[in-house]
Design a binder for this molecule. Structure first.
Ligand code: UD1
Length: 420
């Protein structure tokens, strides 16, 4: 397993290109199950999770070829309708194949994902949506067995706004007979892109980008192409890194609107933020002001950014509270940050952070994707050397993070091949 060795203290200066959005790719790729032919997915990030999805789709008969950031998927040979445990346990987003498989092939066998590093993450809303559309669903042997002669449009009202369940319901409903109404739909940009992708495949979808989506089922869809939207979480992570370390960094190939919740909080923390159509520049404050955040659904502050924000607040002047209203136990990074000298207490779903003068380097352990990112940020500002172990979590969701940070002047190295 690789580790990162970071010598902290360097300010970040320069320009970095933001990659395509992991969470968009993980929805777009399974959507190709809905039609036969060749799809071109451009700006697809080079990530472990994207690779895991490609392997899963390959096991279903979808051939994939990557040239740089363009992923070509040929879906003409689909012959298997199962997502086995070995894939789903690696990545929950594998459950996205459920909706398209039932819609197009009338059957699916998809492993239940189980828990994740920061607690239970059920898929009941996905299952409920499929049932509403008329699928027979049985849960046994750790699997979802689904069957439907033909899905029938229905009203689906989600009690909780869910990115994944909204995506799955949309992918099922586009080939259902009649009209489907999805209420309390997720409006995250990745879901909006999925809806637009489905439309470019021939689907009829109204209310895109709102929490009330109306879908008129069609008989058949066709292949298409897409430019994947930029990764707003990768961008947010780099913005926070620059604000934390000092300096001025410009991110290119971003959609500044998608970053509004984070850039507004950065301004509250004293950073200067400017944006044009596709770039954002952040200049770090001389003193970081303490700012509370609560993670909410989009357009609120993303839960996928709260750990990184905690790293920033750990050296802010004063006390702040970071609350997660989506996941109640997403604080596995806190004990590791405390090892770096942070003063943080977790109470229920909130971290109370008393800013300290400095963090000091230590060995810390990655536990999940965003926790790992927050530890890298903490290491970048800590005095001395920090080793972040188990960086395979990082590789799930950040393309070449050490190269991009090095370009900005950070002292970070990947050390490969040792046992930790
Ligand atoms: C997606 C993102 C993930 C992000 C999360 C919240 C992908 C691949 N992943 O995950 O990075 O952290 O959105 O923004 O896009 N819930 C249920 N039952 C369900 C489904 C969800 O109770 O069937 C709950 C969850 O436990 C959570 C909330 O709904 O409390 C939102 O989760 P959801 O939006 O579904 O997250 P994911 O789609 O899994």
């Amino acid at each position: 397993m690789d580790k990162f060795v970071i010598r902290g203290g360097n300010p970040l200066h320069g320009t970095v290109r933001i990659s395509g959005a992991k969470n968009a790719s993980l929805a777009l790729m399974p959507a190709t199950l809905l039609a036969s032919g060749t799809f071109e997915l451009r700006n697809t990030p080079i990530l472990r999770d994207v690779n895991t999805m490609a392997v899963l789709l390959r096991s279903m008969g979808i051939a994939s070829e990557r040239k740089e950031h363009t992923l070509t998927l040929d879906t003409s040979g689909i012959n298997n309708f199962e997502a086995p445990y070995e894939h789903v346990k690696k990545m929950r987003a594998s459950v996205y194949v459920l909706g398209p498989l039932i819609a197009r092939y009338g059957r699916a066998k998809v492993s239940l994902p189980g828990g994740c590093a920061w607690g239970p993450r059920p898929v009941n809303l996905h299952i409920e949506a499929m049932r509403r559309l008329g699928a027979d669903i049985e849960l046994r042997e750790g699997y979802i067995f689904a069957h439907a002669e033909k899905l029938i449009g229905a009203r689906i009202h989600f009690d909780v706004s869910s990115v994944g369940a909204t995506g799955n319901a949309m992918m099922a409903a586009v080939l259902a007979r009649g009209t489907t109404l999805i209420e309390n739909a997720a409006i995250e940009p990745e879901i909006t892109q999925l809806a637009e992708f489905l439309v470019s495949m021939g689907a009829t979808i109204g209310g895109i980008g709102t929490n009330r989506i109306e879908i008129e089922g069609v008989q058949e869809l066709h292949p298409t192409e897409v430019d994947t939207i930029p990764d707003r979480i990768e961008a947010g992570t780099f913005l926070v890194a620059a604000a934390l370390c000092g300096g001025t960094a410009t991110l290119t190939h971003v959609i500044p609107d998608h970053l509004a919740a984070v850039t507004a909080k950065l301004e509250d923390a004293g950073a200067k933020v400017t944006a044009d159509q596709t770039t954002v520049t952040v200049t770090a404050p001389s003193t970081i002001t303490s700012v509370d955040v609560t993670a909410h659904i989009y357009p609120g502050f993303p839960t996928d950014m709260q750990a990184q924000w905690t790293a920033l607040m750990s050296v802010a002047a004063g006390t702040s509270v970071v609350t997660d209203s989506i996941y109640f136990d997403r604080f596995k990074h806190i004990p590791e940050m405390i090892r770096l000298g942070a003063d943080i207490e977790v109470k229920d779903n909130a971290a109370i952070i008393r800013g300290v003068q400095r963090l000091t380097g230590a060995k810390v352990m990655s536990t999940d994707l965003r926790a790992s990112a927050s530890l890298i940020l903490a290491g970048l500002v800590a005095e001395g050397t920090t080793e972040v172990l188990r960086v395979y979590h990082l590789d799930r969701g950040y393309e070449a993070i050490e190269k991009k940070l090095s370009l900005l002047g950070a002292d970070i190295q990947r050390v490969a091949g040792e046992e930790f």
